[in-house]
Design a protein around this ligand. Structure first.
Ligand code: ZN
Length: 505
C-alpha cells in the first residue's frame, strides 16, 4: 500500500477497533453489574445479553474487511519501528484475529456449553465433597480443550496452546524453568521456617471487626493509595475482581467478613489490577492495546500491592493508627509491629485463596504440575485426586481430609480453564523482580510508605509497566521492566529477607 493510502486504511481500522472495544467494554459492564448489582432473577436474560454482545464482538473481529485492512497495512507496519503505536496496533490485532480464526464457531459454542455444565457439576460435586461426581463433566472439558489445542498444531505441546491464551508467547517449558526452582526454593524456605520453632499469631487480624467500619477503613486506605471518586468505584462481590470500563472508569470489588481483615488485602489486590488498567497511556484508548498485556503481568501488579506493599513494615507504620481509629476498642493495646507480624505468618493450609505469601506458590505448583501432566498424557484424570493429595503431603506437609477442601476447591478446571493457574505464581515471581529494581531506584521506599507516600511507587509502575498496555509483547514488557526474563531468585530472596528476622532464620 502506498503511503498515500495508508492513512485511510488506518483510520478505517481504528474506527472498527474502537467499536469492537465499545462492545467488549459493554460486556464488561454487564459482567460487573451481574456480580455487584443485579437482582438474582436477572441471571437468565443476562446470560442471553452477554452471549449476544459477545457474539457481535467476535463477528467484528472475524470480519473479512478487517482482514483486508490488516493485509493492506503490512507494508506500512514494516516501515515503522516495532514499538510504534500503529505498528503494535496492527500486529496485536492481526494476532488476535488469526487466533480467533483458527477455532471453528461450533467449537467455540461447545466449549462455552461444556464450561457452563462443568460449573454446575462442580457446585454439586463440591457440595457433596465427591470428586467422582465431577469426573464426567471434567473429562468432557479436558477432551474439548485437547481439540481446541489441536487448532494450534505449531505448539510443541498441547498445553502450550492453552497457556498462550493467558500468557501469549510463553511455552510450558519456559514456565517449568521458572516454577520448578520456585517450588524447590519455597519448600526449602518452608522447612526452615517450620524448623525455627517460632510460631507467630494471625490473631491481631481477626475480629470481631464490624463490617460497616471495615468499609470506611478500606475506602480510607484505598484513597491514600490513589483511588479517587472521579475515576473509581469500590463495590462488594462474593469473589472479588477488578474491571475497567475505560482507563478513567475502574471498578474494584472486595468482600467483608466480620471475622477477619481479609477485605483490606483483597481490596489492595484488586487495586493493583485496577491501577494497571487506569495508567495505560490514554493514546491507546478504545484499541485492543488498552488493557493488561498478560495474566502474569497483571497478577504481578495485584500481588505487589497486596503483599509487597500491604505486608510491609512501612505500610503498617502508616496504616496502624488508621486501623486503631477505625476500631479503637479492638486495637487499644496493639502496635504496628504486632500487625506487621500477623500479616506475615507462614502456616501451610489446605485452601489456596487463603494461603500465606510463602505457601501460595506451592498451591500453584501443585495445580500447574498436575494440569501439565494431564495434557502430556502422563496423568489420567481418574488419578487426579490421589496425585493432588500426594503433592499436598509432599510440598506442604499436610493431609487433605476431603475432596471439597482438596481437588474440588477451585472452579477453574471444571470450567475448562487449563493453563491459567501458572500465571498466578509467575505474577509473584515477576513482582519479586520488579521489587528488586524498585528498591534500587527508590531506596527509601519503606520510609515513604511510613509517611503514606505511595505516589512514587505508582509513578515507577506507570513508567515501567502500566503505560505500555499491550503495546509490547509480554516477554518485552517483562524484559524492559525487570531487566531480564522471568527468574524466581529475586522473589525467593525477598521472602527470605522478610521472614528471616521474623522467624529467627
Ligand atoms: Zn488477581
Amino acid at each position: 500500500m502506498s503511503t498515500v493510502e495508508a492513512p485511510a486504511a488506518l483510520s478505517e481500522l481504528r474506527g472498527r477497533l474502537a467499536e469492537l472495544s465499545d462492545l467488549e467494554r459493554a460486556v464488561a459492564l454487564l459482567r460487573w453489574d451481574q456480580e455487584t448489582q443485579m437482582p438474582r432473577r436477572g441471571a437468565a436474560e443476562r446470560g442471553e445479553q452477554l452471549a449476544t454482545l459477545g457474539r457481535l464482538a467476535h463477528e467484528r473481529l472475524l470480519d473479512d474487511r478487517l482482514g483486508e485492512l490488516l493485509e493492506n497495512l503490512r507494508a506500512h507496519e514494516d516501515a515503522l519501528a516495532p514499538d510504534d503505536d500503529e505498528a503494535s496496533l496492527i500486529r496485536v490485532t492481526r494476532r488476535d484475529r488469526e487466533k480467533a480464526l483458527r477455532v471453528p464457531p461450533a467449537m467455540v459454542a461447545e466449549l462455552a456449553r461444556a464450561a457452563a455444565e462443568g460449573e454446575t457439576a462442580w457446585r454439586e460435586a463440591r457440595a457433596q465433597s465427591d470428586f467422582a461426581l465431577l469426573l464426567p463433566a471434567l473429562r468432557r472439558n479436558l477432551e474439548l480443550r485437547r481439540e481446541y489445542a489441536a487448532c494450534f498444531p505449531e505448539a510443541a505441546r498441547p498445553y502450550d496452546a492453552l497457556l498462550d491464551d493467558f500468557e501469549p508467547g510463553m511455552t510450558s517449558a519456559q514456565a517449568q524453568a521458572v516454577l520448578g526452582p520456585m517450588r524447590e526454593g519455597l519448600v526449602a524456605l518452608l522447612e526452615e521456617v517450620q524448623a525455627s520453632g517460632t510460631s507467630l499469631s494471625r490473631g491481631p487480624l481477626h475480629g470481631p471487626l464490624p463490617v460497616e467500619r471495615q468499609r470506611a477503613f478500606v475506602a480510607d486506605v484505598l484513597r491514600a493509595l490513589g483511588v479517587d471518586a472521579g475515576s473509581w468505584r469500590i463495590d462488594e462481590a462474593p469473589h472479588p475482581f477488578a474491571i475497567a470500563l475505560a482507563g478513567s472508569d475502574v471498578r474494584l470489588t472486595t468482600r467483608y467478613n466480620e471475622e477477619t481483615l481479609d477485605s483490606l488485602f483483597a481490596a489492595m489486590h484488586e487495586f493493583g489490577h485496577g491501577l494497571y488498567e487506569h495508567e495505560i497511556a490514554p493514546a491507546l484508548s478504545r484499541t485492543p492495546l488498552a488493557t493488561g498485556v498478560s495474566s502474569a503481568v497483571h497478577e504481578s501488579q495485584s500481588r505487589l500491592w497486596e503483599n509487597f506493599v500491604g505486608r510491609s513494615a512501612g505500610f503498617w507504620r502508616w496504616c496502624f493508627p488508621r486501623l486503631r481509629a477505625a476500631f479503637p476498642d479492638r486495637y487499644e493495646r496493639a502496635d504496628s509491629q504486632v500487625l506487621y507480624r500477623a500479616a506475615n505468618v507462614v502456616a501451610p493450609s489446605l485452601i489456596r485463596v487463603s494461603a500465606d505469601e510463602l505457601t501460595y506458590g506451592l498451591h500453584i505448583a501443585v495445580r500447574f504440575e498436575l494440569e501439565l501432566a494431564l495434557f502430556d498424557g502422563a496423568l489420567d484424570l481418574g488419578d487426579l485426586r490421589d496425585a493432588w493429595n500426594e503433592r499436598y503431603r509432599s510440598y506442604l506437609g499436610i493431609e487433605v481430609p476431603s475432596d471439597a477442601d482438596g481437588v474440588l476447591q477451585d472452579i477453574h478446571w471444571a470450567a475448562g480453564m487449563f493453563g491459567y493457574f501458572p500465571t498466578y505464581a509467575l505474577g509473584n515471581v515477576l513482582a519479586g523482580q520488579l521489587w528488586e529494581r524498585i528498591a534500587t531506584d527508590i531506596p527509601d521506599l519503606d520510609e515513604r510508605f511510613g509517611r503514606g507516600d505511595f505516589g512514587s511507587l505508582r509513578e515507577w509502575l506507570r513508567e515501567h509497566v502500566h503505560r505500555y498496555g499491550r503495546k509490547l509483547t509480554p516477554a518485552e514488557t517483562i524484559e524492559r521492566a525487570a531487566g531480564g526474563p522471568l527468574d524466581a531468585a529475586p522473589y525467593l530472596a525477598y521472602l527470605r529477607a522478610k521472614l528471616a528476622p521474623l522467624y529467627g532464620l
